[in-house]
Design a protein around this ligand. Structure first.
Ligand code: PLP
Length: 381
């Protein structure tokens, strides 16, 4: 391996949100990795730092071309740089898109359980949430198309926010899934947004299907922040192919003051997407080792905790229903008694109440430590 994923950045007692925990605690919650940022990105940021002037910036042609190159070479998708809009973050983009594409009291649909901010970008903007629960069957998750169609029709849904691949549950949606969903939404004129922030974190041998490969009119949010651990640099992209709609959304991003590039993000993103292929391949290999460790550990030592994650993201979705405890209580007690800090499933919707989410983007040693802490908590239960 060229990159060393056993070597972690030391983020205790820094201003890391994830590591703002007590000294005995092990944080495996928010979707933020503990690995050192790829050295090529560090070099680009260092160079920008020594240039010595951190004023207002703009995303250059080279910046947009780096995204284009990555999607062409990794995802077989040709993105037009003219359809790209810089935005400081995916959540900011979703928040603004909800306001631009709908009116107050309109209905917006999501599939639950899902990333918690999908709920808040709707409700904070005084739109109504229409939730379709994923079907949980045979340790897997499926879209309930009949439920989606019935609710879209009944509630006159205007906008649908999709998570591809899906956080939590780690599901890589198949081409047929996205096509089927898109066809229902198109039939009722519902605008679809696809949040693809986790798309590069897939087990070796797996590939995600960009929603834009199904239809050009799906608004897509992409970013290097999860896979290269750049969330603190605030850089993402919204892709909108319809020129009129693109202008409208771009204007809204400026109005919301989320359209101006971060000085350090521009060189960092260029380095990531032009030099990051091997890093991402090796990262996914390392993450698979961690995932397999958890899977095997649970099978051998904690068979009542069920591993039900798919093949994407570093966020494991574990079924704890056997213990009969609501997941918020489970997570609270686990943290209080062992220091292991994970996310409770209720954070991601009412139907997440029998699950926990565990972030394994850390060293294998930490993953082993986490499993021992989980065992200690569950002893005798
Ligand atoms: C599905 C999804 N979208 C968006 C985000 C956050 O994106 P950003 O930091 O760019 O706002 C996350 C973070 O975990 C996520 O899981």
């Amino acid at each position: 391996m060229k990159y060393n994923f056993d070597k972690l950045s030391n983020r205790r007692h820094t201003h890391s949100e994830k590591w703002n925990v007590k000294d005995n605690e092990l944080p495996m919650w928010v979707a933020d990795m503990d690995f050192m940022v790829m050295p090529e990105i560090q070099e680009a940021v260092k160079k920008a730092a020594t240039d010595g002037s951190y004023g207002y910036s703009y995303p250059t042609e080279e910046f947009f071309k780096a995204y284009q190159y990555w999607w062409r070479s990794r995802h077989d998708l040709e993105l037009d740089t003219k359809s790209m809009i810089y935005v400081t973050g995916v959540v900011s983009a979703l928040d603004s898109l909800v306001r631009t594409l709908t009116n107050e009291n309109d209905n917006v649909m999501i599939l639950s359980p899902v990333y918690n901010n999908f709920f808040t970008v709707v409700t904070n903007n005084k739109r109504n949430l229409i939730v379709s629960d994923l079907i949980y069957q045979n340790d897997n998750f499926y879209i309930d198309y009949q439920d989606v169609e019935e609710k879209v029709k009944k509630h006159n849904v205007k906008l649908f926010i999709f998570c591809n691949p899906h956080n939590p549950v780690g599901k890589i949606w198949e081409k047929e899934d996205i096509e089927k969903l898109y066809n229902i939404l198109a039939k009722y004129n519902v605008q679809m947004i696809s949040d693809e922030i986790h798309c590069d974190i897939v087990d070796p041998g797996y590939k995600y299907v960009p929603a834009l490969s199904i239809s050009n009119d799906i608004i897509t949010c992409i970013a290097p922040s999860k896979v290269f651990n750049l969330a603190g640099l605030h850089s993402a992209l919204t892709v909108v192919n319809n020129p009129e709609l693109k202008n409208k959304i771009e204007a809204a991003f400026y109005h919301d003051d989320i359209g101006e590039a971060s000085y350090f993000a521009v060189p960092a993103v260029i380095a990531a997407y032009t030099q990051g292929a091997q890093y991402v391949d090796e990262l996914n290999q390392y993450l698979l080792i961690n995932k397999e460790y958890v899977k095997n550990y649970l099978k051998d030592n904690l068979p009542h905790v069920k591993y039900v994650s798919g093949h994407a993201t570093y966020l494991l979705w574990l079924d704890i229903s056997y213990y009969g405890l609501p997941s918020d209580r489970f997570a609270k007690e686990l943290r209080e008694q062992t220091g292991l800090f994970i996310n409770d499933g209720l954070h991601y919707g009412k139907n997440g109440g029998a699950f926990i989410r565990v972030n394994v983007a850390t060293s294998l040693d930490n993953v082993k430590d986490a499993m021992s802490r989980l065992s200690a908590y569950l002893k005798g239960k």
